[in-house]
Write a protein that binds this ligand. Structure first.
Ligand code: GTP
Ligand code: SPV
Ligand code: MN
Length: 590
């Protein structure tokens, strides 16, 4: 037992109540110091929870394997527990709060016997920034402590900030038996509380991330007049030194980390363009005094998808994983005790230990790394980290970009007509599912604003909040939609993507500056092919035309499908969205 690091009565009561329930043998108060974290890493290695990797090649790096049944977010076991079922909306799973508390208490009772309960004080955002909020997570997992220390700002400064009476988001996590049948990720937005039981995987247990920074924060944002979004934030520096920021919402495993850290094509670099990363997953956004939207990344690290990350696709992310990183469910190369995943190198090593701990060779016929294997890397290791990363005010947004994984229909890029139409564009997003959540992969589903799994209240009220925010922003960012994932008849991606997405960003920023024309179509403004820079790409203007083309017949069918989708929102759907849908339909029939 270490002694309490705070006199805050609410923290003490929460810790006491958690301990009474779970009955840990010991309570350890995390202070965020390197000494304490180093001791925990050693302990994790002793218990087998962590494996120490080659410290010469990967200094400070560790490896963790989850249970085979615990490798991704579990959307059907993730609940919004507000008093009135209607307030959770038709898209969320809902449970009555009293029932949910009772269920979780019964599951967690006594489950920390023989274990240690760690108390983690953390801040989402720089402590003291007007955007920031404090959380306390109690957990029986060293893996969670070490990950939270990378992903958030952990330390006693959080207690100083709270003082004796300050409020915080309560997070209770217990691995229990990692039983998938008793796994619950519960959110109580009306109580600022999160409970997670029977998982030890990423998004289910690092409670600062999706649970707090999106589900609880989106609810707080609605009530307090700001926005919590599933968005990357990046800055583009022009040859003249001016900086322009954009935020982009893509569903899980649809390219946020990659876009956030992109390296522009050679001829852009030679001209003096530079792209810097402010955040890769979450943006908290407020209206600034200048009437613009300002965004911060509340996180302190990257919990990124490993497969596909390589020297060519995302050298910045790869560099970020070379020190102080925790790898989860990738493969280990026993030759030198380093890590490997599909796509890291063209040729796989001859022998690996796969994510399940089995011997693996290229002939094994299974993947060496789990498709949702991840790295938890400190932001400071990212070579393109923006100097504004720790800014307390955030960065002003020129553009907001929505995007999904669509083999057909949605063009490479288009611009909404105005803010309200932009909200419509976000609300009609559909994307093919990925390995980031359990369930089938490649199934097209609606994922409005990339928030389907992350909105802490009624989705139609969330749309309404976006509409309301628009009224408060004198100088709103322009809103766009992109799709890097159009496929040809053989199922190959047509657009090269990754660094070449700079060419689309360039067009977007020119639209914001009003320096390029666009074609008005049924869905909004689309580029003239000649205005997208194809220098050195080997892609013909004709091919580009094919992925800029707005097929009215397809969009008309899409409009009908959206009308069906919208029905579930009933009266709560904002009138502005109904009007945009009617306009889309009639535009397609012209
Ligand atoms: P989360 O961390 O789950 O929120 O994912 P994310 O949105 O950050 O996605 P990430 O950047 O990790 O990319 C996920 C997958 O999409 C990887 O396999 C990438 O290789 C692939 N990807 C990213 N950008 C592009 C692109 O521009 N084109 C193509 N074809 N694939 C891409
Ligand atoms: C996502 O799925 O969007 C992630 C990973 O960023 S997780 O933290 O598991 O949610
Ligand atoms: Mn994400």
């Amino acid at each position: 037992m270490t002694s309490a690091l705070t006199k805050n009565q609410k923290v003490l009561a929460f810790v006491e109540e958690s301990a009474q329930l779970a009955q840990p043998d010991r309570i350890v108060w995390i202070d965020g110091s390197e000494e304490q974290l180093a001791a925990l890493r050693e302990e994790g290695v002793k218990t087998g929870e962590m494996i120490k990797l080659n410290q010469e090649k990967l200094p400070g790096c560790y490896y963790h394997r989850t249970a085979q049944n615990d490798v991704a977010r579990v959307e059907d076991r993730t609940f919004i527990c507000c008093k009135n079922k209607e307030d959770a909306g038709p898209i969320n799973y809902w449970m009555d709060p009293q029932e949910a508390y009772a269920l979780c208490r019964n599951i967690a009772r006594g489950k920390m016997k023989g274990r240690t309960m760690y108390v983690i004080p953390y801040s989402m955002g720089v402590v003291g920034s007007p955007f920031s909020k404090i959380g306390i997570e109690v957990t029986d997992s060293i893996y969670v402590v070490l990950n939270m220390a990378i992903m958030t700002r952990v330390g006693t400064a959080c207690y100083d900030y709270l003082g004796t009476d300050g409020d915080f988001i309560k997070g209770f996590h217990c691995k229990c038996d990692v039983d998938p049948e008793k796994r619950y990720i519960m959110h109580f937005p009306e109580d600022n509380t999160i409970i997670s039981v029977n998982s030890a995987y990423g998004g289910n247990v690092l409670l600062g991330k999706k649970c707090f920074a999106l589900r609880i924060a989106s609810y707080l944002g609605k009530n307090e007049g700001w926005m919590a979004e599933h968005m990357l934030i990046l800055g583009v520096t022009y040859p003249d030194g001016s900086k322009h920021y954009v935020a982009a919402a893509f569903p899980s495993a649809c390219g946020k980390t990659n876009l956030a850290m992109l390296i522009p094509p050679k001829h852009y670099l030679e001209k003096g363009y530079k792209v810097e990363c402010v955040g890769d997953d979450i943006a908290w956004i407020r209206v600034g005094k200048d009437g613009r939207l300002w965004a911060v990344n509340p996180e302190n690290g990257f919990f990124g998808v490993a497969p596909g990350t390589n020297e060519k696709s995302n050298p910045n992310a790869l560099a970020a994983t070379r020190q102080g990183t925790i790898f989860t469910n990738v493969a280990i190369d026993p030759a030198d005790n380093t890590v490997w995943w599909e796509g890291l190198t063209k040729q796989a090593p001859a022998r690996l230990i796969d994510w399940l701990g089995n011997e693996w060779t290229p002939d094994s016929g299974v993947k060496a790394a789990h498709p949702n294997s991840r790295f938890t890397a400190p932001a400071t290791g990212c070579p393109c980290l923006s100097p504004e990363f720790n800014s307390k005010e955030g960065v002003p947004l020129d553009a907001i970009i929505f995007g999904g994984r669509r083999a057909t229909t949605t063009p490479l890029v288009y611009q909404s007509r105005d803010w309200d139409h932009g909200v419509f564009v976000g609300s009609i997003m559909s994307s093919e599912t990925t390995a980031a959540a359990t369930g089938a992969v490649g199934v097209l589903r609606h994922d409005p604003m990339a928030m389907k799994p992350f909105c802490g209240y009624h989705m139609a009220d969330y749309f309404g909040h976006w509409i309301d925010m628009g009224k408060k922003i004198a100088n709103p960012p322009k809103i766009f939609n992109v799709n890097w994932f159009r496929q040809d008849a053989d199922g190959n991606f047509i657009w090269p993507g990754f660094g070449d997405n700079m060419r689309v960003l360039d067009w977007i920023l020119k639209r914001c500056a009003g320096t390029v024309e666009a074609k008005e179509t049924a869905i909004g403004y689309v580029p003239y092919a000649k205005d997208i820079d194809l220098t050195g790409l080997g892609l013909t203007e004709e091919t580009l035309e094919s992925i800029l083309y707005v097929d009215k017949a397809r969009w008309s069918a899409e409009a009908d499908e959206i009308a069906e989708y919208y029905k579930q929102f009933g009266d709560r759907l904002p009138q502005e969205l109904k009007e945009s849908l009617a306009t889309l339909k009639s535009n397609c029939e012209k």
